[in-house]
Every structure is written in structure tokens, then in C-alpha cells.
Design a protein around this ligand. Structure first.
Ligand SMILES: CC(C)(COP(=O)(O)OP(=O)(O)OC[C@H]1O[C@@H](n2cnc3c(N)ncnc32)[C@H](O)[C@@H]1OP(=O)(O)O)[C@@H](O)C(=O)NCCC(=O)NCCS
Length: 181
């Protein structure tokens, strides 16, 4: 779906969106989300503001995507997620449009690639593909079939390998585990 022809619009996340995004993620992923490997990589680290987009329809926040900085084999790369769309608004192209906005913005930056943990049939729609098993290692147990990657450099294969670790830690209280979740 073409966002310019849609009743909803994609724009950068603003500070005033945070509470509604947290409510959307709570509805979409439930309380178990904090135990997931991807959340461990986000603890104490802020999402990248220039890559965080929301979908809005009038005053209503329909969806959100954020990207986090991670280190993969020592290099700064990106982790996509959470991506969430209001449950009664799914199937309208909002999720794809949110990711396309984030990927286009990420292509302007220094990163080589984006990683995520998710359903391959969905993320294939925006160019992700499964990484060879064992190529990158997330903290905690992760289904290898759900580790997907996307190269941000035209014509280059995604060549990330190694341990996936948190990016720059900004909040040492959260980073030590207290106050999260
Ligand atoms: C996953 C999610 C973001 C998709 O948002 P959406 O706005 O409904 O997605 P879009 O409308 O852009 O895309 C819909 C298409 O993707 C397909 N699709 C959606 N989820 C899929 C999945 N898990 N696996 C395969 N295909 C999927 C739909 O069948 C549809 O296909 P079609 O265009 O051929 O009919 C939304 O369902 C959601 O918020 N889910 C709960 C949170 C979640 O699981 N997030 C992803 C993990 S980070």
C-alpha cells in the first residue's frame, strides 16, 4: 500500500508518543516481552530517534517501529523492533510502511545491516532473509530460523557475524537489571 494514498501517515516518533507506544507494545506482546532476547539487548539503551517512526490516523496512533543500536562482532549495527500495529488495524499495510520508512532512513547512516528475530515470511516482504545458523549469536535461547538480516549497502551481501551485544549503555541503573520490566 502506498502511504501517500493512505488515510494514515508515517512520521518520526515524537517525545509525546512514548506512553502510547508503550501501551501498544504491551497490548501486542504482553508481559512476557521483557524476557525475550531482543529486550535484553535494549535494556538501558535508547532507540535511535532518527529511525523511530509511528503511523497516525488523525490523532490516533496506529503503529510504531523502533530500531536499537547493537554491536555485532564489535561493529555498530541495528536491531529492528518492536514493530507493532493496533490489533484491529492489521492487514492495511501499516507494518510494511513503518519498516520501509525506518529502512530508508537507516540507509542514510553508517550501519551495514539490520538484524531482527521474527517470522521470515513477513519480513521477506521488505527484503530480510534468514542468516546461516550460528553466524550471529544472540544472548539467551533464540530459534535460529527466526534470525533474519538485511544489508543496508546496495549490492552487498549481509556479512555480519559474531556475538550480538548491547549498543552504548546510557542508563546504568536499567543496565544492571533494576527498574526494568
Ligand atoms: C506483525 C504486524 C506488525 C504486522 O502489521 P500489519 O500492519 O498487519 O502488516 P501489513 O498490513 O503491513 O502486512 C500484512 C501482510 O503481512 C502478512 N503477515 C502479517 N503477519 C505475518 C506473519 N507473522 N507471518 C507471515 N505473514 C504475515 C499478512 O498476511 C499480510 O499479507 P498480504 O499483504 O499478502 O495479505 C502486526 O500483526 C502486529 O503488530 N503483530 C503483533 C506484534 C508482532 O508480532 N510484531 C512483530 C514482531 S517484532
Amino acid at each position: 500500500m502506498n502511504a501517500t494514498l493512505s488515510p494514515w501517515q508515517i512520521r518520526l516518533e515524537a517525545p509525546g508518543d512514548a506512553a502510547r507506544i508503550e501501551a501498544l507494545n504491551a497490548d501486542s506482546f504482553g508481559p512476557g516481552r521483557f524476557a525475550k532476547s531482543a529486550y535484553r539487548l535494549r535494556e538501558g539503551v535508547s532507540p535511535i530517534a532518527a529511525l523511530s517512526f509511528v503511523a497516525v490516523e488523525g490523532d490516533v496512533l496506529r503503529g510504531s517501529v523502533r530500531f536499537w543500536p547493537v554491536k555485532v562482532g564489535g561493529h555498530e549495527e541495528l536491531l529492528l523492533g518492536p514493530l507493532a500495529v493496533q490489533s484491529d488495524q492489521r492487514g492495511r499495510g501499516i507494518g510494511i510502511a513503518l519498516m520501509q520508512a525506518g529502512i530508508a532512513a537507516a540507509q542514510q547512516g553508517p550501519w551495514r545491516g539490520i538484524l531482527l528475530i521474527g517470522d521470515e515470511p513477513y519480513y521477506t516482504k521488505v527484503g530480510f532473509s534468514r542468516l546461516p545458523p550460528g553466524r550471529v549469536r544472540f544472548p539467551g535461547p533464540v530459534d535460529q530460523n527466526r534470525i533474519l538480516g538485511l544489508s543496508l549497502k546496495a549490492g552487498e551481501l549481509l556479512n555480519l557475524s559474531g556475538e550480538v551485544r548491547r549498543g552504548a549503555i546510557e542508563d546504568p541503573v536499567c543496565a544492571s537489571g533494576a527498574g526494568v520490566g
